[in-house]
Each structure stands twice: as structure tokens, then as C-alpha cells.
Design a protein around this ligand. Structure first.
Ligand code: ATP
Length: 355
């Protein structure tokens, strides 16, 4: 694997508070990586250290094997877009985009031409002469993106760049950013706390929690094979069931509420008697009046049905355990709140969360 960007044991402390604990990560050239995690988990701090606006207490950032320590932010050749894009209000769009080239000593004629080309690439051809206040939020964000890309940075850092936009515009910009990133092949780190944004945009997702990386993997791996209980609970909807491994050789666990549960063969080493968490996604559970042959069946007391039109979320109790089931809209008419029903699943739907 070509290691383009390397974070080696990055630690950041503020007084006696540790914001980052020995963060290790490698990113390949051209990869689109998302930093995902709750507020305060260390995403922005990591980005700021890469950009050079913050200094790590320990550890090093390397690009193509060379340390960036000792280089000022403007010497790092990194393009950055923040949520509050801060365009220069008294410069036109094209002058804004030309600015980083001007700083790098590119002559005006050539620089403005490049800036125009970059504006066209972000879908703003013909908007160059407008001032920021004459542009919509999404258009301003595109100008900021063009400004971050015009000098062909070795790395693009995007910190919640779509946070201020409404839902439709946000989705449109997600697609645009992906298109532009692909077209230029620029290695990109995108910070968000929106998991669907991370899922849809990334080659790889890095999940942060309390200053540590919980897991760095493709969106599908993160969803289907979460390596920690935190990731299992943070990504998507989940039923997390406390259980104990009954017979590891037979892939069987025992849960107080669900009884004996067959689980999908696991890559992690588990031993008989070990306490574990079982993950069962709500969309992998079927709801029926009567038990279904060939599946694990348990009876559930239905408490709440939340209807979303094309699907519904059914929340109920199996003993003391709350279970959530996602059903297609039509299926939910078979059952009412307060009634008892059957829920069932295949062993493949049950994933043992390693940590
Ligand atoms: P958000 O999604 O809210 O932006 P984040 O994951 O980006 O969160 P960071 O901004 O990296 O989180 O912050 C990580 C932790 O470091 C937080 O607990 C924050 O309060 C703390 N922190 C950040 N900057 C400072 C500072 N200058 N002094 C003290 N603590 C700080």
C-alpha cells in the first residue's frame, strides 16, 4: 500500500486534558477519507495538527515520508475549507480564487485564467465577477472549494464544509465534492459528524471517540463489521444485546432475553464463557404473527410503531430487552401497539462485536 499521509502517534494535551491519544493512521494517495465522531472526539484537532495550525504534543505528520514539523501552514501545500468559508467580502469570486496563487507569486494574467478554470470546474463558470454577498451559501462554498484547490494542493482538508447548508443543497454539494475530488485525484480528509454523509462519500471512514481512533475501514466494513461497541452503536440503527459465548466452536451465544443465539462465524477469537455484545440490525429482523420455520424466533411485546410512510420502526420488549425492528410499510399493518408478535432472524444477522 502506498502510504501518502502518515500520522504517527499524534498526542495532543491541553493542560491535564488529553484531546488526542497516540493517533496512528495512514492514508493512500487519492483517497477520500472521512473523520467521523461525536462532538469533542478530536476530529478538528487532528485536522488542525495536519494543517499546522496546532502543534502536536507528541508524534509526527509525514507526507510521502517527509515530516511536516517545522513547516508553517502556508508552506505545507494544503488546501482547507471550513464551515464558515470566510471568503474575502471585498474581492470578487475570481479574485478570491486567485488569491492563493498571488501569494505564491503567480502572475495576474495566468493566475486569473487558472482561477476561472477552477470556478468552471466547481460549476460556477460565469460567476467570477460576483461578490460573495451576491452568491448563495452553496455557491460561496464552491468558491471556497475552488480557492482551496486552485494551487494544486497535495492534500485537501474539509472541516464540516456543508454544515451551514440546508438538506437538499447539502446532498447536491456532497455529489459535487465527490465529482471534483475524483476528477482531480486529490487526497482528501473530510470531517463530519453526519454518518450518512460519511457513508455516502468516503473510500474509508475513521471513527473517533474520546481522542482515539475506534476503527478505520470502508463504509461497508464499518457498518457490517464494527470492531467496537461504540462503532456498532454510533453507525446506523442497532440492537446491541449483552450475551455470553456458550459454545465458541458451534458459534453459539447465550443471552438472558433471547436465549441461545446462533451467530455469524467471527474472525475475532472468542472463548466459551466470554461476555460479548451481539449486534442485530433492525432491518435484518422479520416481524410476523407466528414463528417462521428455519429462523430464530422470539416473542416480542410491541410498544411503539413509528411510521415513515415507506417503512416503519417497531419498538418492543423481549423480556427486559428493548428491540427495534425495521419493517416495510405494508408489513406493519399485521400488528398493533400493545400486541404480541414474533420476531425472527437468521444466524448471519447476528454479529459478535469484538470489543
Ligand atoms: P466537533 O465535532 O464538535 O467539532 P471535534 O471532534 O472536532 O468536535 P475537537 O475540536 O477536536 O473535537 O476537540 C477535541 C477536544 O479537545 C474537545 O474536548 C475540546 O474541548 C478540546 N479542545 C480543543 N481545543 C482546545 C483548547 N484550545 N483548549 C482546551 N481544550 C481544547
Amino acid at each position: 500500500m502506498h502510504q501518502y499521509l502518515q500520522l504517527n502517534g499524534i498526542t495532543k494535551t491541553y493542560g491535564d486534558f488529553t484531546a488526542l491519544k497516540k493517533v496512528d493512521l495512514t492514508i493512500e494517495k487519492g483517497e477520500f477519507v472521512t473523520f467521523l465522531g461525536p462532538s469533542g472526539s478530536g476530529k478538528t484537532t487532528t485536522l488542525m495538527i495536519i494543517a499546522g495550525f496546532e502543534k502536536a504534543t507528541a508524534g509526527d505528520v509525514l507526507v510521502e515520508g517527509k515530516s511536516l514539523s517545522g513547516l508553517a501552514p502556508h508552506e505545507r501545500n494544503i488546501g482547507i475549507v471550513f464551515q464558515n468559508y470566510a471568503l474575502f467580502p471585498h474581492k470578487t469570486a475570481v479574485e478570491n480564487v486567485y488569491f492563493p496563487l498571488q501569494m505564491r507569486g503567480v502572475r495576474r494574467g495566468e493566475g486569473l485564467k487558472k482561477a476561472d478554470e477552477m470556478l468552471a470546474l466547481v460549476g460556477l463558470g460565469g460567476f467570477g465577477k460576483r461578490y460573495p454577498k451576491e452568491l448563495s451559501g452553496g455557491q460561496q462554498q464552491r468558491v471556497a472549494l475552488a480557492r482551496a484547490l486552485v494551487f494544486e494542493p497535495s492534500l485537501l482538508l474539509l472541516d464540516e464544509p456543508l454544515g451551514a447548508l440546508d438538506k437538499n443543497l447539502r446532498e447536491q454539494m456532497q455529489i459535487e465534492i465527490k465529482r471534483i475530488q475524483r476528477a482531480l485525484g486529490v487526497t482528501t480528509i473530510f470531517v463530519t459528524h453526519d454518518q450518512s454523509e460519511a457513508m455516502s462519500m468516503s473510500d474509508r471512514i475513521v471513527v473517533f471517540e474520546k481522542g482515539e481512533i475506534q476503527q478505520a475501514a470502508t463504509p461497508l466494513e464499518i457498518y457490517h463489521k464494527p470492531q467496537t461497541r461504540f462503532v456498532a452503536g454510533f453507525i446506523g440503527e442497532s440492537n446491541l444485546v449483552p450475551a455470553r459465548i456458550g459454545d465458541a466452536a458451534a458459534n453459539q451465544a447465550e443471552s438472558t432475553a433471547l436465549g441461545i443465539c446462533d451467530y455469524a462465524p467471527t474472525e475475532s477469537a472468542v472463548t466459551d464463557g466470554q461476555d460479548v455484545t451481539l449486534l442485530i440490525r433492525p432491518e435484518h429482523i422479520r416481524l410476523s404473527r407466528n414463528p417462521i420455520e428455519g429462523r430464530k424466533n422470539v416473542r416480542m411485546q410491541v410498544e411503539t410503531i413509528v411510521n415513515y410512510g415507506d417503512n416503519a420502526l417497531v419498538i418492543g420488549k423481549v423480556g427486559d430487552l428493548q428491540m427495534r425492528v425495521r419493517v416495510l410499510g405494508a408489513d406493519v399493518v399485521i400488528i398493533k401497539e400493545g400486541e404480541e408478535c414474533c420476531i425472527s432472524w437468521q444466524p448471519e444477522a447476528v454479529f459478535v462485536v469484538p470489543r
